[in-house]
Design a protein around this ligand. Structure first.
Ligand code: COA
Ligand code: AMP
Length: 630
């Protein structure tokens, strides 16, 4: 079937389309209702189906001839360790760890927070939670205690699972003190914390609360898969919104399994037995969908890589892993390739590796800039596919369907809408715009399976944040346009979310932290272009009257504050003092204008501006600090 025929079917007859795709997974009880409305009036998929995602990811394959096939390859250049697990071995470890969680009282619907680095046990923990029909919430290891505490308070987990440390390039990060600090800050107290002791660090365990992973596994009774409804949640994954409070994106079991299984062939052209490598982190949505669930649902072998694209040990790391394990597809963020390109511009290291098994390179997480696209195509000789997606959807909204029909790529475009996603470009009034015109990118309802049905514990936030701006559509928060051929170009966020090295961060949250400093009267944090990380946050700070502080000292204190509250991953490294911030007469900071100034773009002075003289002044200050792009 051609892409167009497949796409049209998905939009014209979504129930028939997804009902058919649902046949590809082994339900305990097949759904009779494909699409229905929940109590909030939200479209839901497969409400009366019964299944278990961990069963589909592991037991199903063990029972159907893949028991001895590799399910996971762990490759850790930072610890010089490699480990391979077959489907049977992974299933057995998951069943046992599910037993550990069960003995701590974890039942269907309970939450378990997982705060772990990129090690096999992180995947084991996630699947063990899913096995019990419970709900995992993985917190990225680079987040500071405050961020972890906020998530613990929102998800209210019965158990937290962690490791003694994570390993970054040449530094060991102790996780346990971070967890202990988060637990002091959080109002909610889990029953227990399971701690995996890694050889590099032995964490001190708190008696009565902390449990040693290895000891608990020795005596654990394997636990069976607990059937859940298609609409029961599999996980909650927090993502940055425009305020300081992250949003808990809820993922259903049924729709997620159906959509990911479909995507593995349709988007990535993967078959059972193939090796798939997503060089992301289990703390992000890409890690959830394409390190853990997608490849395992499809019977592939997934690679869990604990390392970086560069400096572990060199810029040949990606090529080494692809060659060593025969990866058929590599999926990573453009920033990773920019890092490789910076260190090895001629890709000299590539010549050391046989990439004949690698068929396609996929990129997402941020805009794939044309120079990085061209470099990667030229050096590897492989098709490079940009695809656009969000934590909220769990899989890509636009892409090039390599398993259906490979379209001619256009640099700068994430190609065409994926079947199921009715992508429209809207003006501020909600009218659909013709080709070539830029506007807000919105998805006409119903959303396909896997997309969030609510924000954890806060349906109102889901409604107001995503559904109310354009009635009948989901508002993506991204802006862009379609061309005459229907190709979609994503031009960036229309809100205060930024993307730093493929990590989604909220400038609003950083503003709240910076504004908390004693010397600061007011501030704006904006994302400016960065040649390596795509964007980088910068604080523009207005001092309180009478405050006397050296600008460098203030910058250092603000940088330390953001690092302490959010984590090093925020990459907040610049803060400058300004005399005035451009505002509207009603007092709203004109952040978009500040971004335009930083990007070196022409701007028109809005009629609503309170003090037009503030603009050239701030432009000059930003320019003198090297914060205006040429
Ligand atoms: N745990 C603890 N700290 C972490 C961390 C983790 N899991 N991940 C990152 N950090 C820290 C880093 O150590 C660094 O700290 P520092 O300021 O003390 O040096 C900081 O957060 C920034 O990290 P990072 O963005 O990884 O920058 P880097 O300079 O170490 O590496 C790249 C640059 C481009 C190689 C790296 O950003 C990269 O691999 N990017 C791809 C990311 C990715 O896959 N994103 C995808 C989602 S699809
Ligand atoms: P996250 O929820 O962390 O996956 O981040 C989602 C956001 O990252 C999107 O809303 C976009 O702003 C950006 N993004 C992801 N993939 C792409 C892409 N291929 N092109 C442009 N932006 C992207």
């Amino acid at each position: 079937m051609s892409y167009q025929a497949e796409y049209n079917k998905s939009i014209e007859t979504p129930e028939a389309f997804w009902g058919e795709k649902a046949e590809a997974i082994e339900w305990f009880k097949k759904p009779e209702t494909i699409l229905s409305k929940d109590e909030n009036g939200i479209d839901r998929w497969f409400a009366d189906g019964e299944m278990n995602t961990a069963y589909l990811a592991l037991d199903y394959h063990v029972e159907n001839g893949r028991a001895d096939q590799l399910a996971m390859i762990y490759d850790s250049p930072v610890t010089d360790t490699k480990r391979k697990l077959t489907y049977r071995e992974l299933r057995d470890e998951v069943a046992k760890f599910a037993g550990v969680l069960k003995s701590q009282g974890v039942e269907k619907g309970d939450r378990v927070v997982v705060y772990m680095p990129m090690i096999p046990e992180a995947v084991v923990a996630m699947l063990a939670v899913a096995r019990l029909g419970a709900i995992h919430s993985v917190v990225f290891g680079g987040f500071a205690p405050h961020e972890l505490a906020v998530r613990i308070d929102d998800a209210e987990p019965k158990v937290v699972v962690t490791a003694s440390c994570g390993i970054e390039i040449s530094k060991v990060i102790e996780y346990k003190p971070l967890l202990d600090s988060a637990m002091e800050k959080s109002a909610h107290k889990p029953n227990a914390c399971v701690v995996l002791q890694r050889p590099e660090v032995t964490a001190t365990l708190i008696e009565g609360r902390d449990i040693d992973w290895a000891t608990a596994m020795e005596t654990a009774e394997p636990a069976d898969c607990v059937p859940v409804k298609g609409t029961d949640p599999l996980y909650v994954l927090y993502t940055s919104g425009t305020t300081g409070k992250p949003k808990g994106v809820v993922r259903d079991n049924g729709g997620h399994a159906v959509a990911l299984k479909y995507s593995m062939k349709a988007i990535y052209n993967m078959d059972a037995g193939d090796v798939f490598w997503a060089a992301s982190d289990v703390g992000w949505v890409v890690g959830h969908s394409y390190i853990v669930y997608g490849p395992l649902l499809a019977g592939c072998t997934t690679v869990v890589y604990e390392g970086k694209p560069v400096r572990t040990p060199d810029a040949g790391a990606f090529w080494r892993v692809c060659a060593e394990y025969g990866c058929k597809a590599l999926f990573a963020a453009p920033t990773a390739f920019r890092a490789i390109k910076k260190e090895d511009p001629d890709a000299v290291l590539l010549a050391n590796y046989d990439l004949s098994k690698l068929e396609t390179i996929f990129m997402a997480g941020e805009r794939l800039d044309p120079p990085t696209y061209h470099w990667t195509v030229e050096k590897t000789g492989k098709p490079v596919i940009d695809h656009w997606w969000q934590t909220e959807t769990g899989w890509s909204i636009c892409g090039n369907m390599t398993g259906i029909e490979l379209k001619e790529p256009k640099p700068g475009s994430s190609t065409v809408p994926v079947p199921g996603f009715n992508v429209q470009i809207l003006d501020t009034e909600g009218n659909e715009l013709p080709a070539g015109e830029q506007g807000s990118i919105a998805l006409k309802l119903p959303l396909p399976p896997s997309c969030l049905p609510t924000v954890w514990g806060d349906f109102e936030r889901f409604r107001t944040g995503y559904l109310s701006e354009f009635p009948g559509y989901y508002c993506s928060g991204d802006g862009g346009y379609k061309d005459e051929d229907g190709y979609v170009f994503i031009m960036g966020r229309t809100d205060d979310v930024i993307n730093v090295a493929g990590h989604r961060l909220s400038t609003g949250e950083m503003e709240e932290i910076v504004a908390g400093h004693d010397a600061v009267a007011e501030c704006a944090v904006i994302g400016i272009n960065d040649p390596l990380k795509g964007q980088q946050p910068v604080g523009l700070v207005l001092l309180k009257n009478g405050v006397d502080i050296e600008e460098d000292a203030l910058e250092a204190e603000l940088v330390a504050l953001v690092r302490q509250e959010i984590g090093a991953v925020a990459c907040f490294k610049r803060a400058i003092v300004v005399q005035r911030l451009p505002k509207t007469r009603s007092g709203k900071i004109l952040r978009k204008l500040l971004r335009q100034i930083a990007d070196g773009k022409d701007y028109t002075i809005p009629s609503t501006i309170d003090d037009p003289a503030s603009l050239p002044e701030i432009q000059e200050i930003m320019g003198s600090h090297g914060l205006v792009s040429a």
